[in-house]
Design a binder for this molecule. Structure first.
Ligand code: C5P
Length: 229
């Protein structure tokens, strides 16, 4: 089964990341590498983590004209990561170009490409008043997911609560906003436990602070795997 737990590595630099990973030796966890640490350490960090046997979701959310995104994705394809992403707001042509860029390298052919539909920081109010999109946020998310599918993408990043509809569309869902039943929600609003995310049909859960800020991160990771996988 494809289902897996992805640890959100929201660390400042590789020293912090490697010290966090020390007790995970032999577990080869799936890691989410985002903009903060990627812009600090560069592709070399991803190569190192791959050599260590980690699976990688490279969360860089590309969004530019199709030609630029295609060329950027060609470079990311060479890293041979398991998952990467772009913004569905870039349009179907841009998403197709992103897929083409990955497919241009042997290692990139196996990289799953998923789309960000709407950031969770975008509310209905921002959508209407700042972006001048008058539709219902849920409808925008669904249409963007359908566009992602039409462009040949494999799935989307979404809330676990949206996973059932994404599954119905035949797409994989990568879902942040995960908390154990006994955790604090922090700044997340719509959360699910790993067990509930499984019930809802999430393909991958992205878990940050419930693992990274736990007193025993390895135990918290194993608990996630046990509840979700
Ligand atoms: O610590 P926590 O589990 O809330 O971290 C969730 C991770 O998922 C963070 O890296 C956050 O930026 C990311 N994320 C999110 N919501 C989205 C997309 C990404 O929480 N819609």
């Amino acid at each position: 089964m494809e289902r897996d737990v992805i640890i959100a590595c929201d660390f400042k630099n590789q020293e912090e990341l490697f010290s966090f990973l020390e007790p995970f030796k032999g577990l080869n966890p799936f890691l989410k590498i985002g903009m903060e640490i990627f812009y600090k350490e560069g592709p070399q960090l991803v190569r190192k983590l791959k050599e260590m046997g980690c699976k990688i979701f490279l969360d860089l959310k590309l969004h530019d004209i199709p030609n630029t995104v295609e060329k950027a994705m060609r470079n990311l394809g060479e890293l041979g990561v398991e998952i990467t992403n772009c913004h569905a707001a870039g349009g179907i042509n841009m998403m197709q170009a992103a897929r083409r860029g990955l497919d241009a390298t042997e290692s990139g052919k196996n990289t799953k490409l998923i789309a960000v539909t709407q950031l969770t920081s975008i509310s209905q109010e921002i959508l209407e008043n700042e972006l001048l999109i008058k539709e219902n946020l849920a409808d925008v998310v669904k249409t963007y997911a359908l566009n992602s599918k039409a462009a040949g993408l494999q799935g989307v990043v979404c809330s676990p609560l949206e996973a059932p509809i994404i599954k119905e569309l035949g797409l994989i869902s990568v879902t942040p906003g995960i908390r154990f039943a006994d955790d604090s929600k922090n700044d997340q609003k719509r959360v699910a436990t790993p067990e509930y995310a499984k019930e809802l049909g999430s393909t991958y859960i992205v878990v940050g602070r419930s693992i990274t800020a736990a007193s025993d991160p390895v135990a918290a990771y194993k608990r996630c795997v046990k509840e979700f996988c």
